[in-house]
Design a binder for this molecule. Sequence first.
Ligand code: ADP
Length: 514
Amino acid sequence: MGTFPLRRGFSLVRRLLLEAPLPHAPLTAMRLTQKITLSITGAIVLLMAAHAWLRIEREASLFERDIRHDTRILAASVARVAAKTWRVDGEAEAVQLVQDANEREAHVGVRWVWLDTPAVSRDQAALGRDEQAALDAGHTVTIRGRPLGHAVDAIYSYARIPGPRRAAVEVRESLDEEVAYVRHTAWRASIEAASLVLLCGALVLGFGAVFVGRPAQKLAAQARRIADGELSARSELEQRDEMGELGRELDRMAERLAAARDFADEQVRARIAAVEQLQHAERLTTVGKLAAGVAHEIGTPLNVITGHAQLITGDFPPESAAHKSAGIIAAQAQRVAAIVRQLLDFARRRAPSRAQHDLVALVRQTAGVLTALAKKQSVEIELALPDTLPAQVDAVQIQQVLTNLAVNAIHAMPNGGKLTIGAERCEAEPPPGQDGARGELARISVRDQGTGIPPEALEHIFEPFFTTKDIGAGTGLGLSVAHGIVKEHQGWITVDTRAGEGSCFQVYLPLEAA
Ligand code: ADP
């Protein structure tokens, strides 16, 4: 009856500890918790077993000592009374007295024992020579023995009955109660141990899952995410113990890895960009050489054409057809010569030879040159200039820049409009990703009310040979040359444009050569 609930209790503990990991907790995460739980409950079981054993030992020996004491006193008392009866009333009365005493005592057996005859029944404890001598000397003797047919020991006490023959009183008390008491105590200790194990096991399992199992699971998940390259993953452990510390270290490691990866990515991107730039520059150099070669070859025949066209115009009257045709030939040849010049500008770009010039004067000169072209397209030129703006520049090159920008602006207004050229001092620094001087600079702005530049064209306008103009109308070199010249002056160009509203090109130039 007693073992059934105990077995159920054990199986419950077993299930809790070994077979039932917490939901979603992988076995690996639970192993540590299980180990801790098993060690703690094991230690508790050992401690409680040792404690129960010591308690049982102590109480059993106290129990036996009490029985020895009681039986000894009873044997001595009965022996005294029996001796008196033997002396006064004879042997039969004395034996009867002992039998009466036996019947009165329910828990103990009291018997008359002859010491001068061998033991008649095996129930009678065999007294050794020393014990008999002690009896004869008037002492009571107590021994422990197993009565015949019993499963449990008993305590025997003997006291000598002085008389005509050697006789003694035997008092026997079984240790049945002691055994029952030991069993009961052992059973209670087991129940206590099982309850404590269950309680502690459940607590350790619960706390272990909260403080070890789940954090370990989170850390493992984070480590897996880091291994998969997901470096933004964070452990999200709030606790301030070793697990939390581990989580924070893992977070820091992920941050450092992410920074290292970003740095490596940036390096790779920079290298790819550098290689692309190099390839682009090489292509441009080749194109430049080709253009220079072609321009050189075209130059001489072009001069011959122009010379002969001028000869023809001189030989024929102005209203003649030959004169007009020769005039057209000369104009077209000049146009080709202008393109060739642009090609040569692009191909043989030279370092600027900088000297102190007034930018305001350069702007005015350029505007003057372009007045005829502007008028032809109904474009009004407006100048917004200070009195003077001195800067160390290559005057010819800066005029070329201004011309290219202004011609583009005029071309962008086929139906007329206003071209505004301004100049001023300003504090500026190069836009991100561009080199250039910073601090006080000169800013020249060329603003038109033209078509504007669509976004898909905007990113290419400074590339050589990029043009949206008709064949023959544009070479795609104007902005490329302007950009190159301004860059050589440690300056830069910015563009602000709106479709249908116009564009504004701003040229930033340092006031002094570096
Ligand atoms: P080109 O004038 O020979 O085409 P550029 O290098 O000077 O070569 O200009 C490149 C392109 O930039 C032009 O074809 C045009 O599409 C665009 N562009 C330049 N300036 C302007 C402007 N002010 N308004 C609109 N588009 C412009």
